[in-house]
Write a protein that binds this ligand. Sequence first.
Ligand code: HEM
Length: 150
Amino acid sequence: MITTIVIVLVVLYFAKDLITDIFQSNEVDPLEAGVKDAAVVEGKFTPLTLKKYNGSDHPKIFMAVKGKVYDVSQGASFYGPGGPYENFAGRDASRGLAKNSFDLNMLTPLDQPIDDLKDLTKEEIESLESWEEHFEMKYKIVGTLNEPQE
Ligand code: HEM
């Protein structure tokens, strides 16, 4: 009787390993699949804590659009060091996207409150909203952008 139980347990043990192996072999290695699929800790960012996710101080690239923080690491050719939109990396890109400009003066200085975007025109708001749709479709949200004391 005991022998039977032991055999059953051993079989179950190996079956579990085999099943786990089968499932794992179907999974794509996150490191090879590109950063989008790698686990990202969701969180609350402030302009200062977001800043380091710029592709040089940290391998991940995060960017805020209308209060949401996206992991845009997959678009490193756009946002990484030397890319055309590198100014947006680790920053709130909302104003630049609304005004279709990647100039440095589109960025809110880090010691100032988060841009409330109140002065945007209807067209600029629409432009920002269509960018927002683009980012929601393409990238994973990893958190929100908040004032430091919140
Ligand atoms: C000089 C004129 C510009 C050219 C030739 C240009 C070209 C491009 C090209 C070829 C793409 C890739 C499209 C794709 O493969 O999906 C792109 C994407 C993009 N462009 Fe531009 N662009 C220009 C100006 C701007 C400006 C002024 C902004 C500022 C907001 C901007 C922001 C972006 C963003 C945010 C993306 C999306 C990247 C992503 O999907 O993560 N572009 N641009």
